[in-house]
Ligand binder design. Structure first.
Ligand SMILES: C[S@@+](CC[C@H](N)C(=O)[O-])C[C@H]1O[C@@H](n2cnc3c(N)ncnc32)[C@H](O)[C@@H]1O
Length: 315
């Protein structure tokens, strides 16, 4: 997995701290923020994309990857276990709401059907979807600022959930991990609708078929309290990982399958805006993070593109 195989995404403290003003200095640092792409670079990226997306795989092949999606991820975690664990402490900078634990405005518990669910009494409820082995969950649990919070986390890979639960840091009084396929309709979550303050959707929507984006986000939005937020971070269009795919790996526009059978979609800011707004959410942030990573030893440059969004459910 591209995002996991380099650690740059998790090492980064926050956006926009290092700018490359003189291209001659490119090998002076390991990473540059907010890199501006010139016309030539855009043209080159479009040409690469045209080549690797010129034909889509057969429907039959695409269906296999859809039907067996959770098995491919399960095999991934059985093979790699925690090898791709990433430290997501930067989340606290990007999402200070996580530390504030201010119960979401204008919501009284009487608005929620609170008939006995795991940690119904928590003042602040967070859920991470597609949690993998807990790269986000464990920094959250470790942050002892989270005194009043309870963290739900889920993944459709039973192996991933097992790895989360067997982690010595897993504390069932503060966390509840469960297996769940987000792309299914009418999921029975272990809490009632309208009960979450924050939902974290980090590098997971890209693994779901684009036809299911809308129903997935709508379903998540129903779980938020009015005033609650979705925090999203995922791959952006023309990311190095998208341009590197070879022909034959394209399922549909901007949707590819990796060698291990897991799939990845590359988003644009506009389609995310449409997706979240059509689910009744209000935009607070929708930014593109273009980073240039440098391997100084090998004198290589890698252009990464990530998108980060925050959307709020109106009160
Ligand atoms: C790229 S990994 C990211 C893991 C974690 N969010 C992180 O950032 O480290 C994508 C994760 O999404 C999970 N996933 C993919 N499709 C899913 C679905 N339909 N329902 C639930 N989880 C899913 C995979 O099992 C995998 O753990």
């Amino acid at each position: 997995m591209e995002e996991s195989s380099d650690n740059s995404e998790s090492k980064r403290p926050q956006f926009g701290t290092r700018h490359l003003s003189d291209p001659q200095n490119v090998f002076q640092h390991n990473a540059w923020d907010n890199v501006v792409w010139g016309d030539e670079q855009m043209k080159e990226a479009e040409a690469k994309l045209k080549l690797n997306s010129s034909s889509f795989m057969t429907e039959e092949a695409a269906l296999k990857y859809e039907k067996e999606a959770s098995q491919f991820w399960d095999t991934f975690y059985s093979t790699h276990e925690n090898k791709f664990f990433k430290d997501r402490h930067w989340l606290f900078t990007e999402l200070p709401e996580l530390c504030n634990e201010q119960p979401t405005e204008n919501v009284s518990e009487t608005e929620v059907n609170t008939t006995g669910f795991p940690c119904q009494s928590a003042g602040f409820r967070i859920m991470e979807v597609g949690c993998g082995t807990g790269s986000t969950v464990f920094p959250l649990l470790e942050a002892n600022t989270l005194k009043k919070s309870f963290v739900y986390c889920c993944d459709f890979s039973p192996k991933a959930v097992e790895l989360v639960k067997s982690n010595p840091e897993y504390d069932p009084t503060k966390c509840h991990a469960f297996v769940c396929d987000l792309s299914e309709d009418n999921i029975t979550f272990p809490f009632p609708e309208n009960s979450l303050d924050i939902i974290l959707v980090i590098f997971v929507l890209s693994a779901i078929s684009p036809e299911k984006f809308s129903s997935t986000i709508k379903q998540l939005s129903r779980q938020l309290k009015p005033g609650g937020r979705i925090f999203f971070r995922d791959y952006g269009r023309y990311d190095m990982a998208e341009l590197r795919f070879k022909p034959g790996k394209c399922i549909s526009e901007h949707f590819f399958v990796r060698g291990d059978g897991t799939r990845v979609y590359f988003f644009s800011q506009d389609e995310l805006r449409k997706l979240f707004e059509e689910s009744g959410l209000v935009e607070e942030q929708n930014v593109i993070d273009r980073r240039l990573l440098v391997n100084r030893g090998k004198q290589l440059t890698m252009y990464r593109v990530w998108i980060q969004c925050k959307y709020r459910k109106p009160t």
